[in-house]
Ligand binder design. Structure first.
Ligand SMILES: NC(=O)c1ccc[n+]([C@@H]2O[C@H](COP(=O)([O-])OP(=O)(O)OC[C@H]3O[C@@H](n4cnc5c(N)ncnc54)[C@H](O)[C@@H]3O)[C@@H](O)[C@H]2O)c1
Length: 235
């Protein structure tokens, strides 16, 4: 049965090889999972600066959460830090990477190589974060056959082959909203199990597929709300 949703339903399980300590098979709440990339980003910055250990206060401040929230989130990973020492930056990075499934490189196909898709296809940081863009698809004949980010853009008729041939498990939708559901259905039929959409419309996916929607306008509306509350303008 199809479901309509913009966030994953399931909890991540810290069961991949390399999971350590008390992480075991404990479920990690979805809200915690959503904060883990932020912690990892801060930890990566600390690693780059040569920092070996960090405190929950430092990590929490960098990620924009309270240290109580941070400690609770990390407790789901079985990571409690050491009194007076804090957290080992590298070890914690590895633990979070395991829980997020980043120890296995995920293959990504991007559909819609316009302004947004072009920028995403050329975004080198994906590779550093454990994702390989392995296929690009666009319906514009003028784009098909051109090379973006080292990959040749393929026509929609090749979508299934692009996904299955490259063993891609994630699809990014950067097409106009009007065609996004069709593209989504085709990606699912081709075998992807995770979809990230930028198209401004709700999408339906089957239960075995996780869907994430990025909506910059909604994020701006949330900022506007906080600004209004702070300044009292626009009431
Ligand atoms: N979520 C956000 O925050 C955000 C921000 C900017 C844009 N967007 C959305 O992202 C999408 C892309 O924006 P853009 O500025 O790159 O648009 P764009 O018009 O530059 O690019 C869209 C591309 O999709 C291709 N396309 C159209 N139908 C297709 C199909 N059936 N199969 C494959 N490719 C197809 C077009 O040929 C075009 O190259 C739009 O839906 C836009 O509203 C979202």
């Amino acid at each position: 049965m199809d479901t309509q949703r913009g966030v994953p339903r399931t909890h991540a399980r810290a069961t991949e090889p390399g999971a350590t300590g008390r992480a075991g098979a404990r479920d990690v709440p979805t809200a915690t999972v959503a904060r883990l990339p932020g912690y990892l980003r801060v930890l990566n910055g600390l690693t780059a600066d040569g920092v070996v250990t960090t405190s929950s206060e430092e990590l929490a401040a960098g990620a924009g959460v309270t240290s109580a929230q941070l400690r609770k989130d990390l407790s789901f990973l079985g990571s409690y830090g050491r009194r007076g020492v804090g957290y080992d930056v590298l070890h914690l990075s590895e633990q979070i990477s395991v829980v997020l499934g980043l120890t296995t490189q995920r293959r990504v196909v991007i559909v819609g190589i316009g302004n947004l898709g072009h920028a995403l296809a050329s975004y080198s940081v994906f590779a550093e974060r454990g994702f390989a863009v392995v296929g690009l698809v666009d319906a514009d004949p003028a784009l098909v056959g051109t090379t973006v980010g080292g990959l040749m853009v393929q026509p929609p008729a090749s979508l299934h082959d692009v996904v299955s041939g490259a063993d891609a498990t994630i699809g990014i939708i950067a097409t106009p909203a009007a065609v996004a559901q069709d593209v989504c259905d085709e990606l699912v039929a081709a075998g992807v199990v995770g979809i990230l959409t930028f198209a401004p419309r709700a999408l339906r996916v089957p239960a075995h597929v996780d869907l994430r929607a990025v909506d910059v306008a909604s994020e701006l509306q949330i900022l506007a709300f906080h600004d209004r509350r702070r300044t009292g303008t626009g009431a």
